[in-house]
Design a protein around this ligand. Sequence first.
Ligand SMILES: [Zn+2]
Length: 338
Amino acid sequence: MPPEHNVTSQDFADHRHLRYAGPIIDAHAHVTRTRSADSKDDAEWSIAQAETMLAVAEEYGVVQTYSMCPPEDIPALRQRFGDRLRFNGPISKKAIDEPDDAAYRLLDRFLEQGVDVIKFWSAPRGRERGLFVDAPWRIEAARRACAAGVRVVMVHVSDPDAWFRKVYTDVAKFGVKADQYVGLCRMLEMFPELTWIAAHMGGDPEHADHLEELLERYPHLYYDMSATKWQVREVSAHREAVRALIVRKPERFLFGSDLVTRDGLPREHYHSRYWSHRTLWESAWEGRSPIADPDYTPEPGGPATPPLLGLHLPDNVLNAVYHGNALRVLPGATTRPV
Ligand SMILES: [Zn+2]
């Protein structure tokens, strides 16, 4: 069995098709301390995976990464990596009956650590836990964060179309895809003074027209381009529409990987994600995605992974999405971290 991160035996050391030579800022990743899943020992928390991930990042020109991690991970990561890492605090509740105060205490811990961004994770599968993007406790968290000087909120709303076809078939429970955007629009209207980053191409790379309509309605809205399998599959499948949108609105997109550190991951796992993202955005490479994708339905007898069709974005657009927009939008962003 070939590994999940390389089912096509792609040579990730082959960068001949990658034409961009400048710095890249990763606006969406999860660099955390890791330990084996069965460990309960705090002494076993390690930054070795973070070390590996950021070393590979550097090989792809990624000079700075905005990480979502637990607040207790921040001091060790910051001490080791300095400005190469900046932090984004996910504000959530563990259970629907957990008091709102738990979310505010979590926010306080992130504020004490000086996060640049807060995140509201609000995928359809979080509805049962009450994780609506516009839940009252999230509105209050946004208010408090704003009062404390935070200016950027990242949100995850919606999920791939394929999941609405296969996983979220109970509409009463999950709503349809369009329903996921009602709360987001409400928050965008309630907090025009904040910058909003809708993760994973706003959750809708399948519908560039919808993404464009939101950008036109909300000048303080941006998209990060993270989530490798999803973007490779759907951006390739909607290549012309997505390319045309990014070229029309290059100032509204931020590069992101959505890479996650995990105990035991091989170095090549990290390579697979950076290689695929850069191949997708900047090259004219055409082939099969190297990464196994459970959301792709192969043709009978056809290749196991979806096509990866590079967008070959123009140089000025690459400069904007790879670092220029981050420098403008994200506090603490720099292409010369020390
Ligand atoms: Zn993520």
